[in-house]
Design a protein around this ligand. Structure first.
Ligand code: NAD
Length: 282
């Protein structure tokens, strides 16, 4: 079984991006810039943002974090986004989720210029992805896609099963696999026989949030299995896939932690650079 090493893949991607940033700097005398807006003091968000900032600086991006207290008014945040939309030194804008209840998440997402939407959550980018046009792609499914392609470069005609239909993971993952000519089944909490659906998959991507939901006897021999889940349990952090069982049947499997997770931030940096390159073209 191939243990898909997300840490190594992410380090390789960051190295490629670092070289690309240095080329861009020579060509345009400017580096891509990522600005993150962080509202409140939720510990996980603070940690994510710190890691994003550290990685951005490592690959040579200009990185800024704008911090607001929990009590910030929605109009202040929208005003700041408008300002960043117009700022040529900012290639990508990310508003760290979740937001305090009094701030309308959708309004905030839609305020970001789609050309700077490095999370790929703006409806324009969602539409472009599903239409097969160029767009920012949500970072976690993009990371999964890159890991799958490393194992199997030609996905033509493969059967893929995506477990979970969230806007963040399941839906964009489905679009990426469709684009690669997979036959995709998207499953969710109301799916009648999840085991039978999973058994059809040459590729399974699980993004559910239920510890070890996907069992060994749900997986076809030699399937590629990507585990997006991050679940805190008594035995520590586990994924949505029963690792010990599934590793006995799968051809390749991502561990949790150390699989999909590290790719997410690397893909955020990639999206920032891609936004910069598109802005230079236009
Ligand atoms: P979500 O809660 O938004 O969506 C979960 C999906 O799972 C829903 O579509 C729901 O229909 C489906 N589902 C729920 N119960 C099910 C069941 N019994 N059978 C089949 N489907 C079921 O979750 P999300 O934001 O997509 O996150 C999913 C998991 O991925 C979480 O554990 C989250 O922590 C993790 N995550 C990891 C990363 C990363 O970088 N690795 C990034 C984002 C999310």
């Amino acid at each position: 079984m191939i243990l898909i090493d997300g840490k190594k893949a992410a380090a390789e991607l960051r190295q490629e991006l670092k070289e690309e940033v240095s080329e861009l700097k020579k060509k345009y005398n400017q580096v891509p810039g990522l600005t993150v807006i962080l509202i409140g003091d939720l510990t996980p968000s603070q940690i994510y943002v710190r890691n994003k900032e550290k990685s951005a600086i490592e690959v040579g991006l200009k990185s800024d974090v704008i911090r607001y207290p929990d009590s910030v008014e929605e109009k202040t945040v929208l005003g700041k986004i408008e300002e960043l939309n117009k700022d040529n030194s900012v290639s990508g804008i990310l508003v760290q989720l979740p937001l305090p209840k009094h701030i309308d998440k959708q309004k905030v997402i839609e305020a970001i210029d789609p050309a700077k939407d490095v999370d790929g959550f703006h409806p324009m980018n969602v539409g472009n992805l599903s239409s097969g046009y160029e767009s920012s792609i949500p970072c976690t499914p993009l990371g999964c896609y890159l890991l799958i392609k490393k194992i199997e470069p030609n996905l033509n005609g493969k059967k893929a099963v995506v477990v979970g239909r969230s806007n963040l993971n399941g839906k964009p993952m489905t679009q990426l696999l469709l684009k690669e000519n997979c036959t995709v089944t998207i499953t969710h909490s109301k799916t009648k026989d999840l085991k039978a659906e999973c058994l059809e998959g040459d590729i399974i991507v699980a993004a559910v949030g239920i510890p070890e939901l996907v069992k060994g006897d749900w997986v076809k021999k030699d399937a590629i299995v990507i585990d997006v889940g991050i679940n805190k349990t008594e035995k520590g952090i586990v994924g949505d896939v029963a690792f010990d069982e599934v590793s006995k049947v799968a051809k390749a499997l991502t561990p949790v932690p150390g699989g999909v997770g590290p790719m997410t931030i690397a893909c955020l940096l990639k999206n920032t650079i891609d936004c910069f390159k598109r802005s230079q073209k236009n």
